[in-house]
Design a protein around this ligand. Structure first.
Ligand SMILES: [Ca+2]
Ligand SMILES: [Ca+2]
Length: 102
């Protein structure tokens, strides 16, 4: 039983490290899960964070903050959906200083 618990904990730790590194290396604004695509899944993640009042780190906020107001909201989710269907252009994230750095 202890081995199973250890294995599950190891998998959870590996997955959480992977998610953090994906978020840190996202290339496009709106790509909050770091798969280099802006899709409805990213909009869902933004909405989920907004509704649950999750605290995101600076990289996640930078990636998901489509209107650059320093906050994650339903407006950002809507813009992500618009990018995902080609209604808004895909925007690359270049070495930006996040609002949390100031
Ligand atoms: Ca994505
Ligand atoms: Ca925003």
């Amino acid at each position: 039983m202890k081995k199973i618990i250890s294995l599950v904990l190891a998998i959870v730790i590996i997955l959480s490290v992977t998610v953090v590194s994906f978020a840190a290396t996202a290339k496009y604004r709106g790509d909050v899960n770091g798969d280099n695509k802006v899709t409805s899944i990213d909009a869902y993640e933004v909405l989920k964070a907004y509704v649950n009042e999750e605290k995101w780190d600076m990289n996640q906020t930078t990636n998901g903050d489509m209107n650059k107001d320093g906050k994650i909201s339903a407006i950002d989710a809507r813009k992500i959906l618009q990018v995902s269907v080609g209604e808004l252009p895909l925007e690359e994230i270049k070495d930006e200083i996040g609002w949390g750095d100031l």
